[in-house]
Write a protein that binds this ligand. Sequence first.
Ligand code: GLV
Ligand code: MG
Length: 303
Amino acid sequence: MLRSRRSVLAVPGSNPRFVEKARGLPVDEVFLDLEDAVAPLAKEEARRNVVAALCEGGWDGKTVAVRVNDLATQWAYKDVIEVVEGAGDRLDCLILPKVQDPTEVVWLDTLLTQIEKAMGYEPGRIGIEAQIENARGLVNADAIAGSSGRLETLVFGPADFMASINMRTLVVGEQPPGYEEGDAYHYILMRLLMAARTHDLQVIDGPYLQIKDVDGFRRAARRSAALGYDGKWVLHPLQVDAANEVFSPPQDDYDRAELILDAYEHYTTVEKRGAAMLGDEMIDEASRKMALVVAAKGRAAGL
Ligand code: GLV
Ligand code: MG
């Protein structure tokens, strides 16, 4: 079964207090960041903190990932080697940021394979999440999504993305002034969604930086959840419940989905019919598929 990723908590790897706090938060995934939340001069110490935090444990029930630095930096290779050699058996995924090209993911896949062999780890267990954060990454999203069997999700990086395309705003996740009547994110979100689903990957929305504005977070989260996104990054405990709630199906929808599945199963197997009525609604194989999506998310959310 796919991992649940309704809420993906970003934690700066350089801040042991935040790391400690993260253990107690009810998020589906935690990632310890070595990239943009860590100052250049703190990168090496952050690596050591991250390895220690993984080895100490306390992450039960959560997917645990580390975001390494991007391939254009001097830090990327050592991030991967030190973290995976030091704590690869405790790690579920690596997040590779600013991916522009499939060869970057292939590089990470190959390096992981080498480290797994050297360390005697289970081959291929560590997954990859590819963060798409600029126009080139978006244009290459299909090839990126198909570039490695380790890939589990594509992740939208709205802050870097908006900067990279010169979008005229300073508020991440909100509409740029002058474009209020449309949704400036629609194309990007849809494009990533299509690339991800083409390769059976999950797709995760990025951060909302106004951490005190929980209504704003909810609004942005609803937008990507409605399209089919699996979850969203959270930066602060205030955003956690909202993410878990918005990316779980409403109870009524979940109950209805289970009802559709039961009814469809009955009609197709017992009565051998291809379509049937459930109240006033006709249900067929396509309805079953839609219901399966909602039911799977509801079951994962423990509804
Ligand atoms: C996250 O990394 C972002 O750039 O939004
Ligand atoms: Mg970024």
